[in-house]
Design a protein around this ligand. Structure first.
Ligand code: SF4
Length: 319
């Protein structure tokens, strides 16, 4: 029987991208019942723009100038669009030749998006049934969809199930150039909600239906995509990052893992890590005067990869 020897990206060029996954604060204007308070309680204020740009320059020096990599800043939160210097930040990073993506609840006014869209390659918008104004959400999508690549996540609250289904159809009908997913939610990002069998089936059916008729007219250039399982007999199989975990293939003890070369994680306190899994030591803090960025892969010591889909979607190989 053939043996798995590597997990790679479907497209080789993606291995040359470093994603800087940055949670810049936990300030948020929503209080979704399923979100842990740590993600919206507001005690980690936004990092000053001078600090973000100074650190960005160090990332550019190491990863772009020294290692020849493409840099992709991915901002999450909290709600990053509430940052008073957000447009200044993304404009500066865009003009420095970097790509930028964000996760957002889409609540900022359309005028804001009219400007921001020019600097954002990817925008992942989440529909939160307890707070989202659907008319505004659709207006925002239609404002940015021809400039940024837009993905919509419908957060499927079981108590507002039909509202979420209706929102998915309305968003699909009244926009184009988007991809869309119906996301199962967990209480505080941990304990799964009790969906009925009927609700689970409905989510699968609607997801399948909408994904079979996406209205995409522009070619999409991603910073991540499908992964590829590579076996010692030379055979390969394409797989989604999440499926690697579902199929329980996510054990790579002793393998080389490109965390720190394809992924940097920066938490709300400014601590810099190679990944979410915490297997490699913390690199330092964005304010440290001396920082040593990785130049080699990390050898995995964990029995199971615990960093979720983001960590899974990083190249790993046995030798
Ligand atoms: S646990 Fe960490 S080091 Fe190990 S394979 Fe996963 S991401 Fe890489």
């Amino acid at each position: 029987m053939s043996e798995l020897v590597a997990l790679k990206h479907e497209f080789e060029r993606i291995e040359n991208i470093i994603v800087v996954d940055w949670g810049v604060s936990n300030v948020c204007n929503y209080r979704c019942s399923y979100c842990p308070p740590d993600t919206h309680k507001g005690d980690c204020k936004f990092v000053p723009i001078e600090d973000i740009l100074a650190f960005s320059n160090r990332v550019v020096d190491h990863y772009k100038k020294k290692l020849g990599k493409e840099i992709y800043f991915l901002y999450t939160g909290g709600e990053v669009t509430l940052y008073k210097d957000f447009i200044t930040l993304i404009k500066a990073q865009h003009e420095a030749g970097n790509k930028i993506g964000i996760s957002s609840n889409g609540s900022r006014e359309v005028e804001f998006w009219k400007e921001a869209k020019h600097y954002l390659q990817h925008v992942s918008l989440s529909y939160h049934s307890e707070f989202t104004n659907i008319d505004h959400f659709i207006d925002v999508i239609n404002e940015i969809k021809d400039t940024s690549y837009v993905h919509v996540n419908i957060m499927m609250h079981p108590d507002h199930f039909q509202q979420c289904i209706d929102a998915a159809y309305r968003i699909y009908e009244e926009t184009d150039e988007i991809t869309i997913d119906l996301q199962v939610i967990t209480k505080n990002f941990q304990e799964p909600y009790d969906y009925s069998d009927e609700q689970r089936q409905k989510m699968l059916d609607v997801s399948k239906e909408l994904n079979s008729k996406l209205k995409l007219h522009r070619e999409r250039i991603g910073y991540r995509g499908l992964m590829k399982l590579v076996y010692d007999d030379g055979s390969e199989r394409l797989i989604k990052g999440g499926e690697v975990i579902t199929e329980k293939l996510h054990s790579w003890t002793g393998w080389k893992c490109n965390v720190g070369l394809e992924l940097l994680v920066i938490d709300m306190q400014g601590n810099i890590k190679r990944s979410w899994c915490g297997d490699a030591p913390v690199i330092g803090n964005i304010k440290d005067e001396v920082l040593e960025f990785p130049t080699e892969p990390h050898v995995c010591k964990k029995e199971w990869c615990t960093g979720g889909v983001t960590d899974t979607m990083v190249t790993k190989y046995k030798k």
